[in-house]
Design a binder for this molecule. Structure first.
Ligand code: IPD
Ligand code: CA
Length: 278
């Protein structure tokens, strides 16, 4: 079995993520060159590409044998393959739409998965200077202070995050709206903030009680997955079964009980899987 030194991996990645954060903090104030990808609202800027390059160049310099799945590399034609080998899964800017609008709710998401399990997770909002980190078995942290999921079990008291997504497929849009219609009268509040990675970090932090998204990509949720688990929360498929990183569906919650209550209410949608699992 391949093994890594997770603490060493965390500290190497943290240094690079902070450097990338300076780039994002500076660029968010300026005019951006915006291109579109899978839909007119699936955006990419020169900063997304620059951050991904900085991270992959830096990490591969220290870990030459490690593999990478990066959102912009995949968009440029690289294969999205998760094997048992140590694999860094990177979203250089999660919440690019927010970044483009200078809305300060955007982040860098970096995870290290080994043997198809998460070992390290980092979600960094450089604008608000919130650094969420987790190493498997060692808890989750916000700016070095331990964080915990809320422990909420009562649906009527739950603050539930979800994302609209960037797909304009009518079936997907209908599913998103149907789920909001169902939940809005049953939960304490619904929120959608524009970054799936930060949503999950907020569940880990205990300031949101659950988050679900259909049609998400592995790079949006690979780090958030570990943050939530290490904070004592649960991460499952939107239908309530086991979580599958490449299935493009995620439901996380402060407790199993709350996750089950939400899963039972959600209309499901299955987009094409991410990449290939070996
Ligand atoms: C997006 C964000 C957003 C979600 C979209 C993602 P990006 O990621 O995570 O919350 O609704 O589906 O594409 O494109 O900003 O990295
Ligand atoms: Ca992105």
């Amino acid at each position: 079995m391949t093994s890594v030194n997770p603490q060493h991996c965390l500290s190497v990645a943290l240094k690079l993520v902070k450097e990338a954060g300076e780039l994002v903090r500076d660029a968010i104030k300026k005019k951006k060159n915006v291109e579109t990808k899978s839909s007119v609202v699936d955006l990419v800027t020169e900063s997304d590409k620059a951050v991904e390059k900085l991270l992959i160049t830096g990490l591969s310099g220290v870990f030459p044998d490690h593999k990478f799945i990066g959102e912009e590399s995949v968009a440029a034609g690289e294969k999205c393959v998760l094997t048992d080998e140590p694999t860094w899964i990177i979203d250089p800017i999660d919440g690019t739409m927010n970044f483009v609008h200078s809305f300060p709710y955007t982040c860098i998401s970096v995870a290290l998965w080994v043997n198809k399990d998460a070992e390290v997770g980092i979600v960094y909002n450089p604008v608000l200077e919130q650094m969420f980190t987790a190493v498997k078995g060692q808890g989750a942290f916000l700016n070095d202070e331990k964080i915990s999921a809320s422990g909420q079990t009562d649906l009527g008291q739950a603050l539930v995050f979800s994302e609209m997504g960037t797909s304009r497929d009518p079936e997907k849009v209908d599913t998103v709206l149907t789920n909001l219609t169902t939940l809005i009268t049953k939960v304490h509040g619904c929120r959608t903030m524009g970054s799936a990675a930060l949503h999950m970090a907020h569940v880990a932090w205990g300031v949101a009680d659950a988050n679900y998204t259909l049609g998400i990509h592995c790079w949006d949720i690979a780090a958030g997955y570990l943050l939530v688990k290490e904070a004592g929360g649960v991460v499952v498929d939107t239908a309530g079964g086991p979580f599958d990183l490449m299935r493009r569906r995620v439901l996380c919650a402060s407790t199993q009980e709350l996750a089950e209550k939400i899963a039972k209410l959600l209309k499901q949608y299955q987009p094409e899987r991410d990449g290939v699992s070996e």
